[in-house]
Ligand binder design. Structure first.
Ligand SMILES: [Zn+2]
Ligand SMILES: [Zn+2]
Length: 189
């Protein structure tokens, strides 16, 4: 699969963003500008000026639109969604090196608003996934009560659950506890 390190980084920001939604966590993980600011710092998103309520609203909006790409049935359907997202952002590819990073491309316009910045960068990362014929790697977790998304970068596309700290692990723990319980029942019988 021809996915570059930069695309992988963008995909990890994408997954982090999508999994902040209230329908995923039960509560909104980006409830205010301060939380959005913390997200920008955590993901080391560059060239962001101070954030406003408007930025927050636009990022919530974008999050909903990006999430739809994870539920598509065909590349054509996904391409329509991604093209609309990227077009609205107005990408201006630039070759840059900054901070401790080597030369890489910024798709967002210089000092673009956060919503446009993310739409350009995350939209292009999805473009590369679709171009590589890898739409099926854009997954929704199969754990029964989980609405998280993830990108399956495993060699054989075999991942079924989101991040192992949560679901894979939770299911293992549940199975382990069930085994413990039945062992205890046997021991106390
Ligand atoms: Zn950069
Ligand atoms: Zn999950």
């Amino acid at each position: 699969m021809l996915i570059t390190h930069d695309t992988e980084c963008a995909l990890s920001i994408l997954v982090d963003l999508l999994n902040t939604a209230p329908e995923v966590c039960g509560d909104e993980r980006l409830p205010d500008v301060a939380a959005l600011d913390a997200f920008v710092v955590r993901q080391e998103i560059s060239e962001i000026d101070s954030l406003t309520e408007d930025d927050l609203r636009r990022v919530h909006d974008l999050r909903t639109r990006l999430r739809e790409v994870f539920g598509t049935e065909s590349t054509a359907e996904a391409a329509d969604l991604v093209n609309a997202i990227v077009t609205a952002a107005g990408t201006t590819p630039r070759l840059v090196n900054h901070d401790h990073h080597d030369w890489h491309i910024h798709y967002f316009a210089p000092h673009a608003a956060l919503g446009d910045h993310l739409a350009a960068e995350l939209g292009m990362a999805l473009t590369f996934i679709l171009m590589a014929g890898e739409r099926e790697r854009l997954r929704r977790c199969e754990a029964p009560d989980c609405a998280r998304v993830f990108v399956d970068l495993s060699r054989n596309r075999s991942r079924r659950y989101c991040d192992s700290r949560t679901c894979g692990n939770r299911l293992h723990v549940a199975a382990y506890r069930a085994r413990q319980r039945s062992a205890e029942t046997v021991a106390s019988a």
